[in-house]
Design a protein around this ligand. Sequence first.
Ligand code: ISE
Length: 340
Amino acid sequence: MTLLGTLGVAVIGAGRMGADHVRRINDVISGARVAAVVDIDRARAEAASDGIEGCTAFTDPAAAMAAPDVDAVLIASPGPAHEAALLAAFERDLPVLCEKPLTPDPASALRVLAAEARLGHRRVQVGFMRRYDADYLKLKRLIDERAFGRTLILHNKHRNADTPPGFTDAMTIHDSAVHEIDVTRWLLDEEITAVRVLRPAASGEAPEGLNDPQLILFETATGRLVDTELFVNCGFGYQVTCEAVGERGAARIGDEQGVFTSAGGRWGTGIAPGFVERFEDAYDRQVQRWADATRRGEVEGPSCWDGYAAAAVCEAAVRAQATAGERVTVDLVERPALYR
Ligand code: ISE
């Protein structure tokens, strides 16, 4: 096995996640360094690259990818910009870690799939970071080992304290529920075939025009059911739980985090304020595993197929949101040989 030297990474997008990944590559993980930061806003690219030795700020992703010290690309720009960045990376056959979503809709995801197929090998790991969370990994192992028999049902909760301005109903699917879509496909190892969205009485605390909370129900290829309470303005913090119900038992993750304290007549632990804190270790592990695999010349983790399948379920779920709880089926193309 040959191991590449330190990986020079171009980080595309210097917003919240991009800047966090720059910090992570620079301060936390090993075997990689930030060689370039790209943002359409030059000042933001410069701010993120400031103080990092040998790191250059760019406004054009293709120019950064052409730099001689760039070996790999981490895409953390907004979803609609992903397709162009992915195709530019394929032009140079560069390894990519692409934040979710792969692309915002199935048609563009299929174009990416076709372009990667033309390369003849996988190049992309999609950033579904929950697959790297220690608790989700334990749950996955229990399900795979059939510790409680066959898993029949998943119950998920996905609560955010609040949403950024301009968050829409469709974004609750594309940005938030997309994680339960990937987790369902990964944990149960099969495709989602249909989706329903139900809306209880809307919270008066949610921003005007946002239907919050929602209940989402997935059916899978072999008839298993997955429900998700999605409540993105719950007000009290960030909570993600997942319970797998099997034939002879159940297992739940996500309830307890951190240190339990007893004081002032109360006992308990804290609630993470947001997803960056809750999934910090998962993000670290995801980027480290990507860098390690890339240096070995390998690609692992969620693929472009996973990104496409998630986009197809998102599209069906957004259609389901516009109905009174109707069942909307998910249509997938045949899985190409590269992803079997
Ligand atoms: C955000 O984009 C994420 O990816 C978080 O994991 C999710 O919990 C949040 O709802 C999204 O907005």
